[in-house]
Write a protein that binds this ligand. Structure first.
Ligand code: SF4
Length: 754
């Protein structure tokens, strides 16, 4: 049946509310998981239950009976689905035929049920036994000239125990090639914050939302990407706390929000207005905006106002003079031009900031995905230091992380640039020579594929080929690999962009019970506030032929490491043993891991800046200078627009739940381009006209996407927005943050083409 004709109209309802309730019910029914799914949802994010496999937003201090949002429910519904991808399915569909299907169609096919091997002779995936699959992987890995020819990818869904064993296996194998999904999102957080505050993590906890006096949200679509945070924002607004939302793209949840679990609001169809002020900044204009706020503060302090927390600055920081000099040199007209925000509005939100004695600064990809994303975060730290907003109740920096254990994976060793001390710890605990040279993050792994240096790719979860930039070049390069392996719950495009040999290995999902000879096993997750919680599945896996991720890592290790002395089999049977080793390697933060895990609410890992302890080179919080006002290289082209790649409401990373994006008024089409009406008419285009986009980037490659329906949208002039992964082919792999390598997906220079 041909898909319905796309529809475009303004969404008239509040975000959340009945729309969210309806979407949740539809997802469960669509996946024939109403009973099973509803039962499991009662255990999601509850003590003794399992952690949501979607984003990394923490559980509240006081839980509700239903502790999940629409996105969490959708993730669970598609995990608990009755749909199955069986050997009959693969016999019916060739890989070439599957490639012609949409990402949403692939997602709808359901759960993988047994290991499959790609048969080049028939262009179909065919069944393979687990033993043969591991033997094939072992043969390829042992057959490499050097271990650095293999790329070991980690999805942010990967629990701590799996990530840790993955880090042990890969290092024992001899490389630090750890491309991981955080490289594409919060790597600037992990690389940019340590020089400023001594750690690459947020400094707030949930109780800070209860005592804060102001909340600034930079470049993050909270209502769609971390919906449970809307509860905290609603409570803050009802206390009269100002919430300043800064984004080129206005988002529905900031304008109108109804708590789906607020029975009075639901019954009366009422809503809250969340943002007390919306700041339509230009793409990358946050740097100039933040510098503008600092300039206003310095001016007020010079005028004798008590605008600075001088005690904090004197006692806990170094470097303010250089920053003051840099800011004083900035010209207001330049600040206004680069930020796209008026001086009046900058001064107005600065007034909110100065009148607050405790401010939280939350941020998402709108700050990180720029060529100077890491340094931009350091400027945000500078702003917080001026008023002592680190290490006190109600204040701090809040990277809003998008994948459930993306922070935990880094903490547990998934790091392409490990410190010598960390490598010493692996050597001390496991007795093998840890590789000392830095490895590959995502950007470098892709470059190694282009150069033909990579020969094997193994993906622990995720949808690498679809998530990374420069889609066309990457697809071509991955096709030349000797072996690609996808370790997943569901079929995705990554399985169809495969090497000469390829495997699909089906895993037991987060919501499902893991049983070994030692009985049911527990996994752990570290959320975005460094809280570690136990996760125990409650559902039965879709088939007896699905395997636990821990066992898969151990079996690959035993197949690839001919002389290993590591106790892989013991780890596969008893996850407490894995945690004991984590406690040995990370003895500064994970000592007594298993005992601490007995606490039903879990436990916090140490975040020293919370007590104003800064493990930086100066031993203090560092004010750092970043010259200029550009978050990205200027582009001299009159037709240039800055493209923001965004997620829709019915999407989680590269998982597409439907082709709808109701909050932005789109139904049934993902090939759309949101454009400011003035930019559209200036180019002689009509609303809903179909156009193409071309990247303005001089590296000898043409990057063009056509078939995009232009839709009027009130985003900042000079910016356009469209969905990833469809528009990833417009992002050059070389267009990334200089420090972290993170793709600069929020400011891609493009022009309209017929
Ligand atoms: S806010 Fe995030 S972690 Fe919480 S239920 Fe929703 S998707 Fe899951």
């Amino acid at each position: 049946m041909p898909p319905d004709k796309p529809r475009y109209r303004t969404y008239a309802h509040p975000a959340g509310g009945w729309g969210a309730a309806g979407a949740t019910a539809r997802a469960l029914m669509q996946q024939s998981a109403l009973t099973k799914g509803s039962r499991a949802l009662l255990s999601m994010n509850q003590p003794g239950g399992f952690k949501c496999p979607s984003c990394a937003f923490p559980d509240p201090c006081k839980r509700q009976t239903l502790e999940f949002c629409e996105q969490g429910a959708k993730a669970l519904a598609f995990e608990a689905t009755k749909q199955r991808v069986t050997r009959a399915f693969f016999a019916q569909h060739s890989v070439t035929a599957l490639r012609a299907q949409t990402d949403h169609w692939l997602e709808m096919q359901g759960r993988l049920t047994e290991p499959m091997r790609y048969d080049a002779a028939t262009d179909h995936y065919v069944p393979i036994s687990w033993d043969d699959a591991f033997a094939l992987i072992g043969r390829h890995l042992r057959g490499l000239d050097t271990p650095h020819q293999a790329e070991f990818y980690t999805s942010g869904r990967t629990p701590n125990e799996v990530a840790f064993l993955w880090s042990v296996m890969v290092r024992e194998f001899g490389t630090n090639n750890f491309p991981d999904c955080s490289n594409m999102c919060h790597e600037p957080t992990s690389r940019g914050l340590p020089p400023s505050i001594g750690i690459g993590k947020g400094t707030c906890r949930m109780e800070d939302f209860d005592s804060t006096e102001a909340i600034f949200i930079f470049g993050q679509n909270t209502g769609s990407n971390s919906p449970r945070m809307m509860t905290n924002l609603t409570e803050a607004r009802r206390r009269g706390i100002p919430i300043i939302a800064i984004n080129p793209m206005p988002e529905r949840a900031m304008e109108q929000y109804t708590g789906p679990q607020d029975l009075v609001q639901m019954a009366t169809f009422r809503h809250d207005v969340i943002a007390s002020e919306f700041v339509r900044v230009r793409a990358g204009g946050d740097l100039a905006l933040i510098k503008g706020m600092m300039k206003a503060i310095f001016e007020r302090a010079s005028a004798g106002e008590d605008a600075l927390d001088q005690a904090f600055i004197d006692q806990h920081t170094v470097g303010i003079d250089a920053v003051r000099a840099d800011i004083s040199a900035q010209d207001w007209a330049e600040i206004v031009a680069h930020s796209g925000v008026t001086e009046d509005q900058i001064r107005r939100i600065t007034d909110v900031y100065v009148r607050s004695n405790a401010t939280m600064a939350c941020f998402g990809m709108g700050l990180t995905q720029h060529q100077r994303g890491s340094q931009l975060l350091q400027q945000l730290c500078n702003l917080l230091f001026l008023r002592g907003n680190i290490g006190k109740p109600g204040a701090g920096i809040v990277p809003v992380r998008g994948h459930s254990n993306v922070q935990g994976d880094r903490t547990c060793g998934i790091n392409d640039r490990p410190t010598p001390e960390l490598l010493d710890a692996y050597q001390r605990v496991f007795g093998f020579d840890a590789p000392r040279e830095d490895g590959h993050n995502v950007q470098k792994a892709v470059e190694a594929m282009y150069a033909g240096q990579a020969r094997v790719f193994i993906g622990m979860g995720g949808n690498f080929a679809r998530a990374v930039p420069d889609t066309d070049r990457t697809y071509a390069a991955m096709g030349k690999l000797d072996l690609t392996v996808g370790i997943n719950t569901k079929l995705n495009r990554g399985h169809l962009i495969h090497g000469r040999e390829a495997l699909i290995l089906p895993v037991i999902a987060r919501s499902e019970v893991i049983r070994t000879a030692k009985g049911p096993q527990t996994l752990t997750i570290e959320d975005m506030i460094a809280k570690v919680t136990a996760s125990r599945g409650v559902l039965e896996p879709p088939s007896d032929d699905c395997m636990a991720e821990v066992e898969i890592v151990c079996r690959i290790a035993m197949a690839a490491l001919s002389e290993t002395r590591t106790t892989w089999a013991a780890f596969a049977a008893d996850y407490d043993l894995i945690r004991d080793k984590i406690a040995e390697v990370f003895s500064d933060i994970y000592v007594g891991f298993n005992d601490r895990l007995k606490a039903p609410e879990g436990f916090y890992l140490d975040v020293p800046p919370r007590r104003r302890e800064f493990h930086t080179d100066s031993g203090k919080a560092n004010f750092l200078v970043l010259d200029g006002l550009h978050a990205d290289d200027p582009v001299d082209d009159p037709g240039m627009l800055r493209l923001l790649t965004v997620r829709s409401q019915d999407q989680f990373n590269t998982t597409i739940y439907s082709d709808n994006d109701r909050y932005r008024g789109v139904w049934g089409n993902r090939m759309v381009l949101f454009m400011n009406p003035e930019d559209r008419s200036a180019r002689g285009l009509r609303n809903e006209q179909v156009i193409g986009l071309e990247t303005i980037y001089d590296d000898g490659f043409t990057r063009r996407v056509t078939g995009l329906t232009v839709l009027d949208y009130p985003l900042t002039k000079g910016c356009v927005a469209g969905y990833y992964p469809e528009l990833n082919s417009l992002i050059p792999n070389g267009y990334h943050d200089g420090i972290s390598g993170t793709l600069a997906g929020k400011s891609i220079p493009v022009r309209v083409v017929p």
